[in-house]
Design a protein around this ligand. Structure first.
Ligand code: UDP
Length: 429
């Protein structure tokens, strides 16, 4: 299949862990690479956000990357990208006129708009036109529910995102919880499929070098440093444990800004630092900053547990990475985390925004190295059987094929009705 992945703000080449680069970049990069391994021709389209980037390049893994000129050739926050989407769609349509794909797969709502618009422009030129799938990665309606007026998404998202959901041929949700939300937006059940995110189980393994560490129980939160990731809940839980005499625990905060001024220059890091200091546990919270992707397995292997307690989470790749490295996870029971982490088997579920429940869960793991080892081993098993990118790519391929078969249907119908007519004609003679 000739597959075009459209990912307007999330390039597979971006450094992840900042405010706008995280799971979506990893997802697009790894899914595309896995589809190439399965013999497909995959091109990723993203916005050119640096003068240094060429228009088109082929990555070492065989994925073609097109850096589309739409808006300024420098970083623009994703919530300010909507005005450049028409130009992005125009460029897509031009490219596809000469190189038509069978499948267009949009990632994030604005890529959905660009994909629908570009395919619309080609409708008459390309027959059959490419089919359009969409993975939202996050839904504005959920974001708004949790973030209220702090949500910086453009106002148009409220009606454009449901429009995308109802206009594409298929929406690929990453978990059943997201599928439910899509149903509430009026998307027909038959046009929703579920394919989860994955993890590279060749790189994220329990065996291999680990970062140096001391004797304290070592926990980490990993990800973009934004309030909805709930790192303050973890700090508060540590303070509760400290108050009950447990100070033998350290928390690594991985992600956010790197460099010497990583706390001063990052408002969320500053807020968390102040919180930890005010609760008297400043020395237990260590701001590591952004860690390059290829150093993440080493970091995971040095941990006793990963804590992931966001307010909401469309999927959450970090717990998969931790599990693949044999590390138990404590997660809030929200979104995709309810599915990927099995409570009492690969980790512990806690209610979101609940420091006391989280403190109890941390204490359970802290006191029981055997339980940690058992959860860790089960996590390795679960990720290797269910969440490899090859498995996710095969699920996705099946969804693409079903979409293409559906498109072939009218032609099959025409052929069937023609032969019926012929028989009727022959009978009449
Ligand atoms: N990540 C990283 N370095 C960092 C922080 C995060 O490589 O310093 C990676 C992390 O390993 C994971 C991704 O960023 O692959 C975060 O994905 P997730 O789905 O957990 O969160 P999202 O960014 O989608 O909210």
């Amino acid at each position: 299949m000739r597959i075009s992945m459209v990912s307007e703000h999330a390039s597979p080449l971006a450094t992840v862990g900042g405010v706008d680069a995280g799971g979506q970049n990893v997802h697009v990069a790894e899914l595309s690479a896995a589809l190439v391994r399965r013999g497909h021709d995959v091109t990723v389209f993203t916005r050119r956000d640096s003068e240094r980037l060429h228009w088109e390049q082929t990555l070492p893994n065989g994925v073609r990357l097109v850096n589309v000129d739409a808006g300024p050739a420098h970083a623009v926050p994703k919530d300010k990208l909507l005005p450049y989407i028409p130009a992005f769609a125009e460029q897509l349509a031009n490219y596809w006129t000469d190189n038509p794909p069978n499948i267009v797969h949009g990632h994030f709502w604005m890529s959905g708009i660009a994909s629908i618009e570009a395919v619309g422009k080609l409708q008459k030129q390309l027959l059959p036109p490419p089919v359009v799938a969409e993975t939202f990665h996050a839904l504005g309606v959920v974001k708004r529910r949790h973030q209220g007026t702090d949500d910086t998404s453009p106002a148009e998202r409220e009606f454009l995102e449901p429009w995308v959901a109802r206009s594409v041929d298929r929406v690929i949700a990453t978990c059943p919880d997201e599928a439910f939300e899509l149903r509430q937006l009026g998307v027909n059940r038959r046009r929703i499929s579920v394919a989860p995110c994955g993890v590279d189980v060749e790189k994220f393994t329990p065996e291999g070098p680990a970062r140096a560490r001391g004797k304290r129980l070592r926990l980490a939160v990993v990800g973009r440093l934004v309030p909805r990731k709930g790192v303050d809940i973890v700090v508060s839980a540590l303070a509760l444990l400290a108050a009950s005499g447990r100070r033998d625990i350290e928390l690594l905060v991985v992600g956010g800004t790197s460099g010497k001024d990583r706390i001063a220059s990052d408002p969320e890091a500053r807020r968390l630092r102040e919180l930890a200091d005010s609760l008297g546990i400043g020395s237990q919270v260590i701001f590591v900053g952004q860690v390059p992707r290829d150093e993440m397995p080493e970091l995971f292997r040095s941990l006793d547990a990963v804590v992931c307690t966001p307010w909401y989470e469309p999927f959450g790749i970090v717990p998969l990475e931790a599990m693949a490295c044999g590390v138990p996870v404590i997660v809030s029971a929200v979104g995709g985390l309810q599915e990927s982490v099995v409570d009492g088997v690969t980790g512990i579920h806690v209610p979101p925004k609940h420091p006391a429940a989280l403190a109890d869960a941390i204490a359970i793991l802290a006191d029981d190295p055997e339980l940690r080892a058992r959860f860790g081993a089960a996590g390795v098993e679960r990720t290797r059987t269910r969440y490899t990118w090859d498995r996710v790519a095969s699920d996705t391929e099946r969804i693409y094929r079903a979409m293409l078969d559906h498109w072939d249907q009218p032609e099959a119908d025409v052929a069937a009705s023609r032969s019926r007519l012929r028989r009727v004609g022959e009978g009449a003679r």
